[in-house]
Design a binder for this molecule. Structure first.
Ligand SMILES: [Mg+2]
Ligand SMILES: [Zn+2]
Length: 212
């Protein structure tokens, strides 16, 4: 399999709107299909990334499964709806990787999901897993997210990073490569950077193709 370059997208706040705040004042994920509101520009944005030669993956923390607030079936329904929405707009998501663990015994309902795992952002475990499964060149790849955890995971994996619509100070402290208002702006940054890089003579020998 030829090496490909990827854009890793966080899910909540990037692809779909968060749903209010949880008990800790953090933006809450949709917990069932009825609560899922996918931003109108997402399909088009993913299609644009595909046209630029990027394989697109989603990397998401979904601890609500460990906490018993959402079933694994609810999560699968939401993720399927996201694939479908993007597919209808001509975009292609290769795979959605979800971490369903949480490390806090006080919050976790299912013991088998109580875990200080490597797949929960800010750890880069799921990005590394995708890179291994699909032969991704991480140095040519991007992580796009709306929280500091996304940015740290992306940096740790060796990707360039874009922070979308930062919520708090701690998000900016993560020092992303770029900041954007939404996914449309993030895609436009990636497009500019990709074209600038292609204009450099040393890069002409590199020939990437989409993974699929
Ligand atoms: Mg998010
Ligand atoms: Zn995990």
């Amino acid at each position: 399999m030829e090496r490909c370059k990827a854009v890793f997208l966080d899910r909540d706040g990037v692809i779909n709107a968060p749903v209010g705040l949880d008990d800790f004042g953090q933006p809450e994920s949709p917990l069932c299909l009825a609560d899922l509101k996918i931003y109108s520009f997402v399909g088009k944005s993913v299609r644009e990334l595909n046209k630029l030669g990027f394989s697109v993956f989603v990397i998401t923390n979904q601890p609500a499964v460990a906490k018993g607030k959402m079933t694994i079936t609810d999560l699968a329904d939401i993720n399927s709806a996201i694939y479908h929405n993007i597919f209808l707009a001509g975009g292609d998501i290769v795979k959605i990787y979800s971490c369903i663990h949480h490390p806090d015994p006080a919050q976790v309902k299912f013991k088998e999901l109580l875990k200080d795992c490597d797949c929960r952002k800010p750890k880069p475990g799921l990005i590394f897993q995708a890179a291994k499964e699909y032969n991704v060149d991480l140095s040519q790849s991007w992580m796009v997210g709306d929280r500091w955890k996304d940015i740290l995971a992306g940096k740790e994996a060796g990707c360039r990073t874009i922070l979308i619509k930062p919520i708090g100070e701690e998000d900016l402290i993560s020092k992303p490569s770029f900041v954007a208002r939404n996914l449309i702006e993030a895609v436009s940054i990636i497009k500019d950077e990709t074209e600038a890089q292609q204009a450099q003579p040393y890069d002409l020998s590199v020939n990437y193709s989409h993974c699929l």
